[in-house]
Design a protein around this ligand. Structure first.
Ligand code: NAP
Length: 296
């Protein structure tokens, strides 16, 4: 599974890119902005100054004032020039393959989870590409079953599939399926998400490898994701941690340590979507296992 010497990297010495199915390139390391609140804009500026290109993961609801006008689809790359801050590449994604009634409660009440028309939504996404509004389209939080279904109906394949992935939730099956179809994975919550998630920063294996290689735990977790051949989007609003998490090029995790990180037992999702989509009494999803098509 390890791709230690085979990163499809190109370009500048301070960064690496992956090539998408569409032929476009995307920076290998991004910046997550979920829960960054009013600090998101400053975090993005810190990241842009640090590297020549960065993949910013944000949502239509998140405003990034000053970054080429603010609201935009879910992912974009911004260039280095702080005055102009051009956005080179906008990507739209299906965030969750489910549909909630407007104003649904959390967790949803009876009748608040509606049918999701995957084909209809994907046709609209494909139209965004045809109209030149976005360059790439992708999906998040898919299962093998949903990916199969999508690939059967897609005229344009998704370029990227964004999934929770870290040493505590490797999700090898989705990684393999996406690789087989030429779809790049973006690994979200690569540090375990921390708050109410999993503290991988203090995991003994991660700490041991970090100490051995004289890197921070954040750098080891980001590098592990890159060496698996995935894009990775750690979130931080702390300038020092943003810089550290991005500066991971020019070093490799040796195979023995990569294997140790890839063998952490206790495999479980941090973000299982239960509070968003499960209604235990009325369904249609009565458990997290239902949401994930009983594949875990
Ligand atoms: N598509 C989806 O459904 C989905 C779901 C979840 C997340 N995501 C995306 O993935 C991004 C990242 O995931 P995430 O925000 O869940 O979690 P994460 O990146 O795994 O972890 C973020 C947490 O780690 C801390 N942190 C960052 N760098 C650190 C370091 N070097 N040392 C110690 N602590 C560090 C951050 O605190 P500080 O800010 O204080 O540094 C924050 O508490 C999100 O921002 C979002 O864009 C997508």
């Amino acid at each position: 599974m390890a791709q230690i010497h085979q990163l499809p990297a190109q370009g500048r010495a301070d960064h690496q890119y992956f090539k998408l199915l569409s032929g476009h390139t995307i920076p290998a390391v991004g910046l997550g902005t979920w829960k960054s609140g009013s600090k998101a804009s400053e975090a993005v500026s810190t990241a842009i100054i640090e590297v020549s290109a960065i993949h910013i993961r944000t949502s239509l609801r998140n405003q990034l004032p000053g970054i080429a006008g603010g609201t935009r689809p879910q992912s974009c790359n911004a260039g280095r020039d702080r005055k102009k801050r051009p956005v080179h590449h906008i990507q739209a994604m299906i965030h969750w393959p489910f549909r909630l009634k407007e104003g649904a409660h959390r967790p949803p009440e009876a009748g608040e989870v509606l049918d999701f028309d995957m084909e209809g939504v994907w046709r609209e996404m494909e139209q965004l590409v045809k109209d030149g509004l976005v360059r790439d389209i992708g999906v998040c939080n898919f299962t093998l079953k949903k990916l199969d279904k999508l690939l059967q109906i897609a005229q344009t394949k998704p370029s990227v599939c964004q999934m929770e992935m870290h040493p505590g939730w490797r999700n090898d099956k989705m990684l393999e399926a996406c690789k087989k179809n030429g779809i790049l994975i973006t690994a979200y919550s690569p540090l375990g998400s921390q708050d109410h998630g999993r503290d991988l920063i203090h995991d003994p294996t991660v700490t041991k490898v970090a100490n051995k290689l004289n890197k921070t735990q954040g750098q080891i977790l980001v590098k592990w994701a890159l060496q698996r051949g995935t894009i990775v989007i750690p979130k931080s609003t702390n300038a020092e941690r943003i810089r550290g998490n991005i500066q991971v090029f020019g070093c490799e995790i040796p195979e023995v340590d990569f294997r140790a990180l890839s063998s952490i037992r206790d495999q479980r999702r941090v973000l299982d979507g239960e509070d968003l989509f499960v209604n235990k009494s009325h369904g249609p999803y009565r458990s997290a296992a239902d949401l994930w098509d009983n594949e875990d």
